[in-house]
Design a protein around this ligand. Sequence first.
Ligand code: ADP
Length: 733
Amino acid sequence: MVAAIAFESVVKLIAFLAVGLFVTYGMYDGFSDIFQRAAQHDDLQKLFGFSDVSGSQADWILLLIVSMMAIMFTAASFRSRCRKCQRKTSRKSHLAVSALYAGDQHFCAADCPRRALMHFAGQNVDADTLVCSPFPMIAQQEWLTLLVFIGGLSAATGMVIVETIALSTMICNDLVMPLLLRLKFLRLTERKDLTGLLLAIRRGSIILVMLMGYFYFHFVGEFFSLVSIGLTSFVAVAQFAPAILGGIFWKQGSRHGAMAGLIIGFAVWAFTLPFPSMVRAGLFSETIITQGLFGIELLRPFHLFGLEGFGQISHSVFWSLLLNTIGYVTVSLFSRQSGIELNQASLFVDIFKYTGGVEVSSIWRGTASASARDLHDLLRRFLGKRRTDEVFTEYAEVHKINWQKSIIADTDFVNHTEQVLAGAVGSATARGLIGAVVKEEPLSLDEVVEILNETQQVLAHTRELEEKSRELEELTGELQAANQRLQELDRMKDDFVSTVTHELRTPLTSVRAFSEILYDNPELDINQRQHFLSIIIKESERLTRLINQVLDLQKMESHTLDWKISQVDISEVIRDAMAATSQLLAEKRIKTAVDLPEKPAFIRGDRDRLMQVMLNLISNAIKFCDSQTGKINLRLQQISDHVQIDVQDNGIGIRREDQEIIFEKFHQVHGEVGSQPGGSGLGLAITRRIIEFHQGKIWVKSAPGKGSTFSFTLSRADQSAETEVNQSAGDQK
Ligand code: ADP
């Protein structure tokens, strides 16, 4: 068939070229002459520009779009038919023929009609026949006329052959055969030889197609030019555009959407193009065109919904494609895609992701196999013995196998047979037929979906894993931080232990040393003896104090200290503390000034602990004051709901950077630990804990050489603070 069409094209081409040359150089004086003369006609002049091509520019653009779509979607079907040819050479010849075909059609379509129109300007002639006959006839060139006639005839036959065969193949493969094979009672699958049936169906449908063509020509076609009939079908083809383009580029496009779009599109197309032509042919009443369907103004086939100003074709293109697309998109958006659709959509849209650009092979399972005999039998039923033998031998030669001996056909062989069979009965049917023969079940779509789902799950898992490992990393970070903190705490504990033992050892050593002296020297005089004993007593007092402090601190930190809460007059506590330290003050000749309100200042708290705070602050002040010049001021102020106590000295002061750390355990900033007699570095730590327990604050204001002021606050008992203290006392226990 391809050879026949190629030959026909050559004949046609020669005929057209002959006419073209004859007209251009025989009747006129070359191209420029033709164009110059054409420009003199007003109604031809406009054909040289775009201003008034066929009504309006919108018309022109819409026609262009439709033609583009027609090329795309009919070319696709051409290619898919072409794919069935297995040999590369035949594919090439196909392409060559189609190129030739296209070339000479352009030649005749673009050039000849213009010349003809010019020649017959003002006369009423049939535009379709312009090219074929008039010129040579006018010039009375009989031989040329004959050649042109042969060319035209061959063009027409070629067209008829190509189209009828294509159509009848489609009717046979995609309509009749699947239907017949599905009708189980016909038992077609059991029949030995189906070639006869196939041929009959093909031939029948060829006759049917030609008859339909003839009837259309007879009843409808004569009212229209060839061009408008062609355009009518172009518009029909264009209805596939939304669904096909959507299928390629849009994942959400669904089957229902595509169906809806197609149905709407075709309905609008049918109503606006073929239907009016039937009306013109007299099959329906003329009023439908003038007054609309059922007399509704909006439903006039050429002015749908009142649209004016378009040509008939572009009017149809506009409405059918618009409504088609709207239908496709809306239904797609509102319908749920099935699993299969989802996966097919992602397979189509992300085709390169799945294949890396490689053509997807058929999805028979890797182990699909069948007996070569079975395949041969199957193919023979549709192609006949001769053709089947040919196919098999050819395959065997290429793959260097002896198919008659090889009992099992491999996946590749099965695929090949399927493709050949698809050429005869269509791909859907071929798949089903092969599936019945092949031992291994073909991968059903469900299975494909399952595989895809698994892949998706794996992907999801990977994502989950990534998430988890990120979380783990975070946790590890936290753990590391916690670990560091623990190590630090551990180090602090070690420090604490070593400091405590160190602190304990110093007094212990001196106690022991002096005791030994006393023990070894009974003859020591009484004064010395007294002196040593007083040191021993002082040191053991220091030991006791230190141990008590450590115990206190430990209890406070572990919240096991037994607080004895009661109503306390804080002025009285201050006075008692002063009295307790009066001896020390007198020894160092330190002046004091105490500023207390006359009325008692009640707070709720642990009296002994508050006493401890005062003693600690006062003894620190004494310790860091110079004797003789030293001066200590004590002040109690009542500020709204709390009292503030200041202990001010004019001693050595504390550097800014040390003012916070002196409240921590074992922090002594003046000299080495233990070098200050009576100091342990625990006093302020304990003080702060006691104040904080009473919900107060403690701070220091100081500068080196300018003395220090330690201040703390306590809530007053007559305020609501009372309950709070009680409560937290309970909590602490
Ligand atoms: P210590 O029992 O050794 O005095 P504290 O915790 O009471 O321990 O004090 C910690 C450190 O704070 C002291 O070693 C000292 O360096 C500093 N300090 C405390 N009170 C004063 C003050 N009134 N003047 C200057 N330095 C002070």
